[in-house]
Design a protein around this ligand. Structure first.
Ligand code: ZN
Length: 151
């Protein structure tokens, strides 16, 4: 770097669009139109993937079987975000968790809400709360909320 070099910070906004693909489209369609959460199951190892996968990362085979999972699930783990950032979809503090939906073998990352964040515990039973007006993305689920109070 040359001595005295002047550097100005800048930002550019670039509009773009991308396809979520065949499996992503079916997954988001079911969320939007039916409030259902669908997964795929490997024909060889029987592992159920959510979000749905088109191929098994363990068996390297194509996956063609679909099944509905949840809506209930177990909160495997979570974290509480206590700072705000421009990239966050809601203001801090809020909780993010990994939910293993009933019938699935993998975890889905989502917000945990409708509960005092200090009451959230790993192992809690949770269910999705859907938006009334859905757009066909993962935020059609507002958050996962405990099925019952813990205290
Ligand atoms: Zn497999």
């Amino acid at each position: 770097m040359a001595s005295g070099e002047i550097i100005y910070p800048g930002k550019i906004g670039v509009p773009y669009e991308w396809s979520v693909g065949e499996y992503g489209s079916r997954f988001f369609y079911e969320l939007k139109e039916k409030r259902k959460i669908w997964a795929t199951r490997c024909s060889r190892c029987k592992k159920v993937f959510i979000p749905p996968r088109k191929s098994c990362p363990d068996c390297f085979v194509h996956i063609g079987e679909w099944l509905e999972v949840g809506p209930g699930g177990n909160l495997i783990t979570f974290t509480i975000v206590r700072y705000s950032a421009q990239t966050h979809i809601i203001s801090a503090p809020f909780a993010m968790g990994i939910i293993q939906l009933d019938g699935s073998d993998t975890g889905l990352v989502h917000l945990i809400g409708g509960v005092d964040i200090e009451e959230i515990r790993s192992g809690m039973r949770v269910r999705p709360v859907f938006k009334e007006e859905r757009k066909g993305n993962l935020l059609d689920i507002i958050y996962f909320t405990p099925l019952e109070r813990t205290s």
